[in-house]
Design a protein around this ligand. Structure first.
Ligand SMILES: C[S@@+](CC[C@H](N)C(=O)[O-])C[C@H]1O[C@@H](n2cnc3c(N)ncnc32)[C@H](O)[C@@H]1O
Length: 251
């Protein structure tokens, strides 16, 4: 397997963010208060993978980080194996350190900035999945071309499922979605802490992981690009404001 090299722009941002262990640990801590939404997203990804639960499927997790989504799939499917691809050596190192699944999970370093990442993966996959990573690729419609690249490595009968963030169509909706998310999360935090903590307090106690504005794409456009790439039964399977799970199937 050859190793694809991130371009200069992605290398710089990876070094100060996803390539940096301190940043990653702050980001994992932040996962605490976003956890309830992430759990719903993950549950939907797991349930949309079409093959029987005992099938020996091959999974590819794109922008996998330390492999949280891939691990959830492997725990759900005892005969599945997964390849986790990410540009950050530090994330992959963390994945290997945390790996309790032995030979069922592998990690590979490559950047999705160009189609060269295809050189780092062999053969076809039954399920290509991704979580909170592909919103990074809106510029120059990179995600549009990535969907075509993904279609080419999905086996017939397989799927591509992306749990991600999208842009609200209007500023009014953006504000409403943001308020709905915060009100809902606040209730979760209060309930799980027995009324001792609020979302605002939890947030204030969580170090920032701001890493530039997120040029998220529009859901309608993503769904159109998936159809254009050749996927069938394309839909948004789950949505909570700007947090989504969408995808399609290869017939
Ligand atoms: C928000 S994290 C999500 C990680 C993981 N999917 C999860 O849900 O826990 C975004 C991930 O995208 C990766 N990433 C950023 N730019 C990338 C690129 N050009 N190619 C591949 N991965 C990239 C980062 O290293 C990071 O692991």
């Amino acid at each position: 397997m050859s190793k694809a090299t991130p371009n200069d722009e992605s290398r710089t941002s990876i070094e100060t963010t996803w390539g940096n262990r301190e940043f990653i640990e702050r980001w994992i801590a932040k996962g605490g208060w976003q956890g309830p939404i992430r759990e719903m997203q993950t549950a939907m990804v797991l349930r949309m993978i079409p093959q029987p639960l005992d099938a020996p499927i091959r999974v590819l997790d794109l922008g996998a980080g330390y492999g949280a989504l891939a691990v959830a799939v492997l725990r759900d499917r005892p005969k599945a194996t997964a390849l986790c691809l990410d540009a950050s050596a530090e994330m992959l190192k963390l994945g290997r350190e945390r790996n309790a699944l032995g030979h069922r999970i592998e990690f590979v370093q490559a950047s999705l900035e160009t189609p060269d990442w295809l050189n780092s993966v062999n053969g076809l996959f039954d399920a290509v999945i991704s979580s909170r990573a592909l919103h990074h690729f809106t510029t120059n419609q990179r995600r549009r071309f990535m969907f075509k690249e993904i279609f080419g490595i999905v086996r017939a009968g397989g799927c591509f499922i992306n749990a991600d963030n999208v842009r609200a169509p209007t500023q009014t909706l953006r504000d409403r979605y943001s308020r709905a998310r915060d009100e809902w999360l606040d209730r979760q935090v209060r309930e799980s802490s027995g009324g001792k903590t609020t979302l605002a307090e939890l947030r204030a106690a969580t170090p920032s992981t701001y890493h530039g504005s997120h040029n998220n794409g529009y859901l309608d456009e993503d769904l159109a690009w998936l159809k254009e790439a050749g996927f069938a039964d394309v839909d948004c399977f789950w949505k909570f404001g700007t947090t989504v799970v969408y995808g399609g199937f290869r017939t």
